[in-house]
Design a protein around this ligand. Structure first.
Ligand SMILES: C[S@@+](CC[C@H](N)C(=O)[O-])C[C@H]1O[C@@H](n2cnc3c(N)ncnc32)[C@H](O)[C@@H]1O
Length: 222
């Protein structure tokens, strides 16, 4: 319980710090160009433990193709380059502003505008699908996870900004900027994964604001 309270404190502090520093709230897609650059700089450290965990999974799974669903400005791509992960990368985001920055900074990569709840790809299109820091911001994570599993042929990696609540119910928070900023229940999430009959592993690690993050690795059954 003490650890949980500490996490809640760190997450709240991180949101407040971000809002105060940027003057525009926490969310990348409403930050102006200068603020976005500083936010990206602060949050995209490729040596952050969550990113290392994702790279370790990718090294093991060795995918040839990868969809970064809710890619933002594609900081994951920077991490893959540093980790020498050679993968055919496609980034998808619903924000054309984020995509314009991603395209400017990564001219060689492919980006698609779309929603994670309705991925514009056929079944098994990618070996791996990554959902990093995105499910918290959706009204309903179930559709997005099912979509990720549909278009993946091997593995889906879900990185939650903060670990799931060890309680029967989560918190759905609609914040003042007009975004979901949810903190989900682990019990509910695990029950959902079991209902899909998906084998999974979870890795608890340190997030980039000092909070405890959780990375779920879902193996797609053939
Ligand atoms: C907190 S950022 C995370 C970006 C990136 N995954 C990362 O870890 O750096 C969340 C991103 O999700 C995007 N997003 C929010 N809802 C979405 C949706 N329904 N479909 C696709 N992208 C969405 C936002 O535009 C934003 O770029």
């Amino acid at each position: 319980m003490r650890r949980l309270l500490k996490d809640a404190y760190l997450v709240t502090k991180s949101l407040q710090r971000s809002a105060a520093k940027n003057g525009v709230g926490f969310y990348w897609d409403i930050a102006d160009s200068d603020n976005l650059a500083s936010l990206v700089n602060r949050l995209s450290n490729p040596n952050n433990r969550e990113r290392q965990v994702i790279r370790e999974v990718l090294h093991r799974e060795n995918p040839h193709t990868l969809l970064d669903a809710g890619c933002g400005v594609a900081t994951e791509l920077v991490s893959y380059r540093i980790g020498e992960i050679k993968v055919d990368y496609v980034g998808l985001d619903k924000s054309s502003y984020m995509l314009s920055k991603a395209r400017k900074w990564h001219q060689e990569a492919k980006f698609v505008r779309g929603e994670v709840e309705a991925l514009p790809f056929s079944d098994d299109s990618f070996d791996a699908v990554v959902l990093r820091h995105i499910l918290e911001h959706l009204g309903d994570y179930k559709t997005a996870v099912k979509e990720a599993l549909r278009v993946s042929s091997k593995v889906v990696i879900i990185d939650f900004f903060h670990r799931l609540l060890p309680l029967g119910l989560g918190w759905k928070i609609w914040d003042k900027d007009g975004y979901w900023n949810n903190w989900y229940s682990k019990t509910e999430f695990v029950r959902f994964l079991q209902s899909l009959d998906v084998p999974y592993k979870v890795i608890t690690t340190k997030g980039n604001s000092g909070q405890t993050a959780e990375v779920y690795i879902l193996e797609k059954r053939k």
